[in-house]
Write a protein that binds this ligand. Structure first.
Ligand SMILES: N[C@@H](CCC(=O)N[C@@H](CS)C(=O)NCC(=O)O)C(=O)O
Length: 316
């Protein structure tokens, strides 16, 4: 694992502050695809290419949105190998790995230096590449998800609006409110280097999960009776929770499968059309257990649990 500094690779782990709190870096490529000509990037079938890891919860958001909207024929995809070692993400052969058709890259960092030969920053997934301008449009999952949902709506082969106009404020609030305690909370717990930083993260995480379990006792989805982007953001963390975060990141106060509402709710998202195909527990377990030597130095992959995500659920 490492990062690019002025276009050169340096081996470097994640940062924590002096009190042991995990620090996540900001992403750098933040252009937008728009339908009204207000940016250099217009939605177009075949123009954009998405680089993902099946293991990564942030990249998974973009894959689910692409699937739910039916954009598979419009946005092509490359999938990195689940193991992230000293060289970062790679396109090494593996079950489910899909090579880079544009640069023929061996390593994901080549895609970043192709966009900016002096790039400084972490080499993360997801990445949205523009074949026409030969650059990275954006590498922030929430923004890529939003572009697929809104800007690509006319190309979408499935009529589903995950960011309906009348719920936007609420959806933004929910996404924001689950980010620190839940989506990033599992990382804050797992990568903390002091007891105090871990305790803070765990308290916030389980308080938030308990809260949303109660809300989901009253509501079908996080923002009402239809799935929205907020549910996708919640789901990618819930899907990894019992298999990885519970053990690997020591988020072991409760499991998602212990929750009365969160568990059937998470299954109901998994069971939406084409979502299951984006879910690769093998890549998820391989990545987390083997790629974080500071957390799991012997890189042993934990066996369980055996959960049936296709178990019927009667949420209506
Ligand atoms: N803010 C980014 C975060 C993406 C991210 O951190 N991806 C992780 C994989 S789960 C990654 O590629 N990490 C590589 C690294 O930090 O070196 C987003 O939401 O898109």
């Amino acid at each position: 694992m490492g990062m690019l500094i002025d276009g050169t690779w340096h081996e470097k782990g994640w940062e924590t502050d002096e009190e042991g709190h995990f620090q996540r870096s900001e992403t750098d490529f933040r252009d937008w695809i728009t339908t009204d000509g207000s940016s250099d990037f217009a939605p177009d079938s075949g123009r954009y290419h998405l680089y993902v890891s099946y293991a990564c919860p942030w990249a998974h958001r973009t894959l689910i949105t692409r699937a739910l909207k039916g954009l598979e024929d419009d946005v092509s995809v490359s999938v990195v190998h689940p193991f992230m070692g000293d060289d970062g993400w790679s396109f090494e052969d593996g079950d489910g790995t899909v090579p880079d058709p544009i640069h023929g890259a061996d390593l994901l960092r080549e895609v970043y230096t192709a966009a900016d030969s002096n790039y400084t920053g972490r080499v993360t997934v997801p990445v949205l590449w523009d074949r026409q301008k030969e650059t990275i449009v954006n590498n922030e999952s929430l923004e890529i998800m939003r572009m697929f949902d809104v800007a690509f709506d006319d190309l979408a082969s499935r009529d589903i609006d995950l960011y309906p106009e009348d719920r936007r404020e609420e959806i933004d609030e929910v996404i924001e409110s689950i980010y620190q305690p839940i989506n990033n909370g599992v990382y804050r717990a797992g990568f903390s280097t002091t007891q105090q930083a871990y305790d803070e993260a765990i308290d916030e995480l389980f308080e938030a999960l308990d809260h949303w379990d109660r809300v989901l006792g009253e509501r079908r989805f996080l923002c009402g009776d239809r799935p929205t982007e907020a549910d996708i953001c919640m789901f990618t963390t819930l899907f990894r929770f019992d298999a990885v975060y519970h053990t690997h990141f020591m988020c072991n106060v409760r499991q998602i499968s212990d929750y009365e509402n969160l568990w059937p709710y998470a299954r109901s998202i998994y069971q939406l059309p084409d979502v299951a195909e984006t879910c690769r527990l093998d890549h998820i377990k391989h990545h987390y257990f083997r790629s974080h030597p500071s957390v799991n130095p012997h890189r042993i992959e934990a066996r369980g649990p055996s959960l049936d995500w296709s178990l019927p659920q009667d949420r209506t």
